[in-house]
Design a protein around this ligand. Structure first.
Ligand code: HEM
Length: 415
């Protein structure tokens, strides 16, 4: 169908090329929920142009976003079927390029490796990593504010991944370089990116060979065990899956840690109450994920058929972005969404990990890391203030993946 769908109201941003509004520009990164709230309340299914110049449909109401995640007509592969005869390298094909049934046959290899119980088995080592990093930050803080992203969030998220993958100590530094480069390619040449992909590919294949010979309790061994039991995927697809777990598991968690601490810096009363009662932190983690998330939108879907949301029909062939951040602040789903309430009962209904077949398989690890990070940070320092006004924090990345460049804090402690 090629008729232009009805749009219920005029989208509230300046019209750009070809008359489409472009609401996701630079200002969007610091405070996405303000722009998204305006769109959600005035034009909940809005046709816009992305900063990359492409037209896309934004779906912003919680009910519609949930329905969108569950709708098989909104495809991640765009209808392309992978050719099993083509040799693939790490990241050539990832879960977010696949639809069922190909998605299902590969995804089921990862799910048993990342359950909450399996992740909890690594908790002690993850706590140890957090404590050691804060020891180092404490030792350095006489020299001024602590830059929490470099001193803590990045090395902590990386070490947590190394723990669950059981990466050998001697290999960690060499692995960090390509993981960090691929997480933020800014300023790196296409060649450096290619080399990093090749290094991850070589690392993953080396780990697969090592774990075939001597299986353990790590993620690679668990994925291989599921593969041998169930089959249904090529060796290249398994390598690609493992590489994706490593990369998808890194920067999202780094950023979620930074954004959670930033939210607590802006809410000293919540910070103090969680410090006094750390048993409330696991539920607060979900509220912090609702409050702010690195990914304000789903990965872009393509409508394989016309898809209706309320009064609006998104025509077949259109690009669709499901707005997680708009849904997380939708008052129809979360009462008084502008209040950070660590005990919020509806917090678990946030969509920051998505929903449906592509629901984040790393959510248990991410929740564990956030719980440990906040428990250790709040336990260590009895007061934490931003070293610069929060509205001056520098945001980078893009509208699909926001990135807090630095988070300088002034700790006062130990508690
Ligand atoms: C707070 C941290 C994290 C956030 C906010 C996050 C968010 C998400 C979201 C929203 C999706 C669904 C995307 C969509 O349907 O469009 C997703 C998928 C995915 N995530 Fe996460 N994630 C996080 C941490 C992790 C970790 C720690 C891992 C791995 C250890 C991971 C691995 C993946 C993978 C492999 C997918 C693709 C799943 C599929 O397509 O079936 N993520 N994540």
């Amino acid at each position: 169908m090629d008729t232009e769908p009805a749009v219920t109201a005029a989208p509230p941003a300046a019209a750009g090329r070809q008359g489409l509004p472009e609401p996701l520009g630079a200002g969007f990164l610091a405070r996405p929920e303000e722009t998204l709230a305006e769109i959600r309340e005035t034009c909940p299914v809005a046709r816009i142009r992305t900063p990359g110049g492409r037209p896309a449909w934004l779906v912003t109401r919680a009910e519609d976003v949930r329905a969108g995640f569950l709708d098989p007509r909104l495809s991640l592969s765009g209808g392309r079927v992978p050719d099993p005869g083509v040799r693939r390298r790490a990241l050539d094909v990832t879960l977010v390029n696949y639809d069922p049934p190909d998605h299902t046959r590969i995804r089921r290899l990862a799910t048993p490796a990342l359950t909450p119980a399996r992740m909890a088995a690594h908790r002690e080592r993850i706590e140890q990593a957090a404590t050691e990093l804060l020891d180092a930050a404490d030792a350095a803080r006489a020299r001024g504010p602590v830059e929490l992203m470099d001193a803590f969030a990045r090395p902590f998220a990386f070490r947590s991944l190394c723990e669950v993958f059981e990466v050998r100590e001697g290999e960690r530094a060499a692995l960090y370089e390509p993981v960090a480069l691929l997480a933020d390619k800014t300023g790196h040449s296409a060649r450096a990116v290619e080399e990093s992909v090749a290094r991850i590919d070589a690392f993953v294949r080396g780990e697969m060979a090592r774990r075939e010979a001597a299986p353990g309790e790590d993620v690679v061994s668990r994925v291989l065990a599921a593969w041998h039991e169930q089959g249904g995927a090529s060796e290249d697809e398994v390598a690609s899956l493992l590489a994706m777990l490593l990369l998808a598991g890194f920067d999202s968690t780094v950023q979620a840690i930074g954004m959670s601490v930033a939210a607590l810096l802006g809410h000293p009363d919540v910070q103090d109450s969680l410090r006094k009662e750390p048993g409330r932190i696991p539920r607060a983690v979900d509220e912090l994920l609702r409050w702010d998330t690195p990914g304000p939108f789903s990965t872009k879907r393509v409508a394989l058929e016309d898809v209706r949301f309320g009064d609006t029909v998104i025509p077949a062939g259109s690009g669709v972005l499901l707005s997680v951040a708009a849904a997380n602040h939708d008052p129809r789903c979360h009462a008084d969404p502008g209040t950070l309430d660590p005990d919020r009962r509806s917090a678990g209904r946030h969509l920051s990990f998505g929903l449906g077949p592509h629901y984040c398989p790393g959510s248990a690890l991410a929740r564990l890391e956030l719980t440990v990070a906040l428990t250790v940070v709040l336990g260590r320092w009895h007061h934490l203030e931003p070293a610069v006004p929060l509205h001056e924090l520098a945001w980078g990345g893009g509208y699909l993946h926001r990135r807090l460049a630095a988070l300088p804090v002034l700790p006062d402690g130990p508690a």
